[in-house]
Design a binder for this molecule. Structure first.
Ligand SMILES: Nc1nc2c(ncn2[C@@H]2O[C@H](COP(=O)(O)OP(=O)(O)OP(=O)(O)O)[C@@H](O)[C@H]2O)c(=O)[nH]1
Ligand SMILES: [Mg+2]
Length: 346
């Protein structure tokens, strides 16, 4: 049999990582929001069944109007896949649950995949999957997609749902189903989490840190200071290796002149090769390589720390005034930082 399944959930919860782990493809992943912007489909085989998986762009609600939001909403409401894998970040389940509840309004043949279980365990967040499953009326399981943990159980659960769906598409249009939905939605995310999730103190500490990094008074100054520091370290730090590389290339250039004299290369040819090709290449390498070698590792550290989605959140209000959204700030930041750096380092 061939079944159609979809991966849905909030941005940056690991949908594409689950997708890659299931299909063996290499869909773009990274620690900031809004990487997947279009539908991406792949296949995998499990117990003689073929599954066509669609990785949906991450969204915060069904009511948004950005391109990614409409792509996901349209797919879930019109395409009606055999099963939806709803991916949630176990560390911030309460925040993720409102979208889970919205998806369940449209599609009950679903499984909740509590991803990033490794981090949740480290932070002391304990989720009672049985209770949560009862509350939501769908299977719930824990995964760690980067380590491919929990994926066999996920595939088996998906197969069970596809073979024996809890609701047929017709049933999902009946009054009983709609009443059931109303009951489910009447719970708020907090009420469900209070029953099913317990936290250790450091989760509260990280919540406090989150407030500082995203509050109006401190969020923007911290962000500006951090980027100024990043820019300064890159620009100033790159000058030293740039000078060393220039000196090294100048030394090699002298040797190349000597070599061309020695083997009697014509002035015209040595002009093209040494003054043209070699000098241009060595100039580009000595000017561009050092800032790149400093900027990108530093940016990766910031990415790994999970700060980028906070930047997107902080800037969302400003960007929305010109019809854009906060997620675009990251690509703009990368491009503009890079342009200024290459001018500055010259
Ligand atoms: N620690 C940990 N990190 C994970 C896990 N799964 C995914 N990640 C990381 O989480 C980040 C986001 O993963 P993506 O797969 O790009 O998330 P996404 O939901 O597709 O994001 P959008 O496409 O922006 O909606 C990446 O840095 C992944 O490496 C996990 O189980 N544990
Ligand atoms: Mg993605």
């Amino acid at each position: 049999m061939t079944y159609e399944i979809a991966l849905a959930g909030n941005p940056n919860v690991g949908k594409s990582t689950v997708f890659n782990a299931l299909t063996g493809l290499k869909q773009h992943t990274g620690n900031w929001t809004g990487k997947t912007v279009e539908l991406c489909t792949g296949m995998f085989k499990y117990r003689d069944n073929l599954f066509s998986v669609t990785d949906l762009p991450g969204t915060y609600s069904m009511r948004g109007f950005s391109k990614e939001e409409s792509v996901s909403r349209k797919y879930l409401s019109e395409k009606k896949p055999d099963c939806v894998i709803i991916v949630a970040d176990s560390n911030v389940l309460e925040r993720n649950l409102s979208y889970v509840l919205e998806i369940l309004q449209l599609q009950r043949n679903a499984v909740l995949c509590l991803n990033m279980n490794d981090e949740a365990r480290r932070n002391g967040t304990v989720i009672n999957t049985e209770k949560l499953s009862k509350e939501l009326g769908i299977p719930v399981l824990k995964t760690c997609a980067v380590k491919k943990a929990g994926l066999d159980e996920l595939k088996q659960t998906v197969l069970n749902i596809c073979e024996k769906p809890s609701f047929s598409q017709d049933e999902m249009n009946t009054d009983t189903f709609l009443l059931n939905n109303a009951l489910l939605l009447s719970k708020k995310s907090k009420e469900i989490c209070d029953k099913c999730v317990s936290y250790r103190n450091n989760t509260k500490r990280s919540g406090r840190l989150d407030k500082i990094l995203t509050s109006k008074s401190t969020g923007i100054p911290i962000m500006l200071a951090l980027f100024a520091l990043l820019f300064w370290i890159t620009a100033v730090g790159a000058n030293y290796p740039s000078e060393w590389l220039s000196a090294l290339f100048a030394f090699i250039k002298e040797r190349l002149y000597e070599l061309s004299d020695c083997i009697h290369v014509s002035e015209f040819l040595s002009g093209i090769l040494i003054d043209g090709v070699y000098t241009t290449l060595s100039w580009v390498v000595s000017v561009m390589l050092p800032p790149m070698a400093i900027f990108f590792p530093l940016f990766s550290i910031i990415e790994d720390s999970g700060y980028l989605p906070r930047i997107a959140f902080n800037l969302d209000k400003f960007f929305s005034r010109c019809g854009a959204n906060g997620k675009q700030s990251l690509s703009m930041c990368l491009v503009s930082d890079w342009r200024y750096l290459s001018l500055f380092c010259r």
